[in-house]
Design a binder for this molecule. Structure first.
Ligand SMILES: NC(=O)c1ccc[n+]([C@@H]2O[C@H](COP(=O)([O-])OP(=O)(O)OC[C@H]3O[C@@H](n4cnc5c(N)ncnc54)[C@H](OP(=O)(O)O)[C@@H]3O)[C@@H](O)[C@H]2O)c1
Length: 370
């Protein structure tokens, strides 16, 4: 497993992180204790050090189980734990959810207790609540860093303008700045390429990809060559009709992408899941990919996703089938339009040799780079 620093921070994380939203069967599409432990053990055995959870995943059981497994394995110092707040823990109480200072202060104590630890490595706002000012969020997160309860901070599922505002406030006021953006990204969901990739790479926040397999659509359990109509299986079957946008994946466009993925995976003699994870892990701005599983065999498959390269021609086919229609204002940033700004000259951001290669090999300890 290779390790890289997350965003502009000095926190070293593995390129594959373990998503633990499936730890616990409380939602009807997770893994029980025995299977979750097997998944955890396989990930640690492979050298992974980066674990993602949230306060309300599987009603708090994800945090409880992860904390217990880390304790049993005796790897708290080695583990990098990311957890999140935002979702409401008490019906009828608006301050038991959202991103205000009162809720963040409440939520952090609950997470520390369930995880059985006295600090969180990366504390992430889970979802924008539309009302709390970025100043309040960043000031509160900075307080938690100064109190020693949190080491680094990040945002998930927010508009890009809000992330930019939060980072600017942090820089201007000397608060702990964002090291991570946790966002949905996969062959079928590429909308973050409009704003977040540029924001993250320019302003020091590494992208942590969630749902790289589109909740299972790209996992290989749906094979267009074997019939047009998806047979219900796994999470996407259980959640069908839930209205949650993360689970509404069976569109005509997406089915074409799954079809090309199946063909490319066949040519590479790799599983569809491995090719889908590999594709997204090698996109600009991506720091770490959160792999999730309900079975040991799935995590074993996914952990092999970075052992190979997708040749340029096959990558081009995947890029092309998943490309989105040009839309405003991004339609003005294409080379044809930019040529009108640059007087026909080719102006790049930085020459290819600009950044030094600071990758080094540590004997027996993998590779660490920026
Ligand atoms: N910040 C956010 O808003 C947010 C949102 C969602 C997730 N996340 C984080 O991201 C992590 C990963 O997200 P995700 O679970 O949605 O990822 P995903 O990779 O898109 O989906 C994982 C699911 O796909 C199926 N699967 C995985 N590997 C497979 C394989 N090799 N073969 C066949 N089926 C396979 C399993 O479900 P079945 O067996 O049920 O089919 C598994 O639970 C989560 O655990 C969580 O930590 C964050």
């Amino acid at each position: 497993m290779d390790y890289y620093t997350l965003g502009n921070s000095g926190l070293k994380v593995s390129r594959l992180a373990l998503g633990t939203m499936t730890f616990g069967d409380d939602w009807g599409w997770g893994a029980d204790d025995a299977a979750s432990r097997q998944i955890f053990d396989a990930y640690v055995e492979a050298g992974g050090n980066f674990f993602d959870t949230a306060d309300l995943y599987t009603e708090g059981n994800s945090e409880r189980m992860l904390g217990q497994y880390i304790k049993d394995a005796g790897i708290r110092d080695r583990a990098v734990i990311a957890t999140k707040f935002s979702y409401n823990a008490e019906s009828g109480n608006p301050n038991a959810g959202g991103n205000g200072r009162k809720n963040i202060m409440r939520a952090v104590e609950g997470s520390l207790e369930r995880l059985g630890t006295d600090y969180i490595d990366l504390y992430i706002l889970h979802t924008w609540d539309r009302v709390t000012p970025a100043e309040e969020v960043m000031r509160t997160l900075d307080d938690l860093v100064r109190q020693g309860k949190v080491r680094h901070v990040g945002l998930s599922d927010v508009p890009a303008w809000y992330a930019a505002r939060a980072q600017t406030v942090a820089e201007m006021r000397g608060y702990e700045s964002l090291s991570a953006l946790q966002l949905e990204y996969s062959l079928v969901e590429r909308n973050i390429e409009d704003e977040f990739v540029d924001f993250g790479t320019r302003h020091g926040a590494g992208i942590m990809v969630w749902s790289p397999l589109a909740s299972g659509l790209l996992s290989g359990k749906y094979k267009p060559s074997q019939g047009e109509k998806p047979e219900g299986e796994g999470r996407l079957a259980v959640t069908a009709g839930s209205g949650n946008p993360a689970f509404e994946k069976f569109t005509e466009r997406n089915w074409k992408i799954v079809s090309e993925l199946e063909a490319v995976a066949g040519e590479l003699d790799r599983s569809m899941a491995q090719v889908a994870v590999n594709w997204v892990a090698n996109r600009p701005g991506v720091a770490s990919v959160l792999v999730g599983a309900t079975k040991l065999s799935q995590i074993e498959d996914n952990l092999g996703a970075l052992d190979f390269e997708i040749p340029a021609e096959l990558r081009r086919r995947l890029d092309q089938v998943s490309v989105r229609d040009p839309h405003f204002p991004y339609s003005f940033f294409i080379p044809e339009m930019q040529g009108m700004l640059q007087g026909g000259t080719a102006v790049g951001d930085k020459p290819p040799h600009y950044l030094p290669d600071r990758t080094f090999s540590a004997q027996g300890a993998g590779v660490t780079g920026d």
